[in-house]
Design a protein around this ligand. Structure first.
Ligand code: DX5
Ligand code: ZN
Length: 231
């Protein structure tokens, strides 16, 4: 199991909730400076949304983006969210590109295959995460949660930034949180803003992803938004 400062951000967080800006809403022409600005002002990690045009109706970024982020931010935890039909194809390319955590979706694999893929991700040197979409029951996650470092509850139907938070998913967090170990993170992704973060924190979410609530604001307001997310 890897044990670097980047991995420890998730496994042994110095403080929670962790705040992870999703770079999907960054200015892609200013990616390095947009991200550095946030990391210098309290962002705990960066969230990379990978979409294949099949699992979700959008295309975003691949391992090369991860490699450049690792180049510019050698010590930062890079949280790769694989919204793809065949995550096993991308395990090695993303880990070689410096991913800290690889999260795939519970919707794409049965329990046995999900456990095997988590083990493969660990063997290859990264943490493993499992994500669940809003319409999917949490029961499939409960069966295999012990094998994962990060459990990601989606609070929008994935594919795009800037969608409205779905409050029904908070019940999943209330069920999952008491079952998790202290080295496991409960992450929420989608519509997380200063308005919705308090309910997420109260439901037990300790790791908050946010794209448009941060990058949608002028640079001068982004630190304040991250503080509000943290509570
Ligand atoms: C949604 C992605 C999210 C997205 C969040 O498909 O997984 O990470 O970037 O965007 P906001 O915070 O704007 O809902
Ligand atoms: Zn995401």
């Amino acid at each position: 199991m890897p044990a670097t400062p980047a991995h420890d951000v998730f496994r042994k967080p110095a403080r929670t909730p962790l705040i992870g800006p999703s770079i999907l809403s960054a200015d892609f022409g200013r990616m390095e400076s947009d991200c550095r600005f946030l990391l210098d002002r309290g962002a705990d990690y960066l969230h990379l949304d990978v979409m294949d045009g099949r699992f979700v109706p959008n295309l975003t970024m691949g391992p090369d983006m991860c490699r450049w982020m690792r180049h510019y931010f050698p010590r930062t935890a890079l949280d790769v969210h694989l919204m793809v039909e065949e995550p096993e194809k991308f395990v090695d390319p993303f880990i070689q590109a410096g991913a800290t955590n690889l999260t795939f979706h519970v919707e794409v694999h049965q329990a046995d295959a999900a456990r095997k893929l988590a083990a493969r991700i660990h063997d290859a040197g990264a943490l493993a995460g499992l994500a669940v979409n809003p319409p999917t029951s949490i029961d499939a996650v409960l069966q295999v949660a012990d094998a994962f470092d990060v459990l990601l509850i989606m609070s929008v139907n994935p594919g795009f930034s800037g969608q409205a938070f779905i409050p029904d998913v908070l019940e999943k967090a209330r069920r999952l949180k008491p079952l998790l170990r202290s080295d496991q993170r409960l992450e929420v992704d989608g519509g997380v803003s200063p308005a919705t973060a308090p309910a997420c924190r109260q439901a037990g979410m300790d790791t908050l992803v946010s794209a448009s609530a941060i990058f949608g604001k002028p640079e001068s307001e982004r630190e304040t938004v991250m503080r509000a997310l943290r509570g």
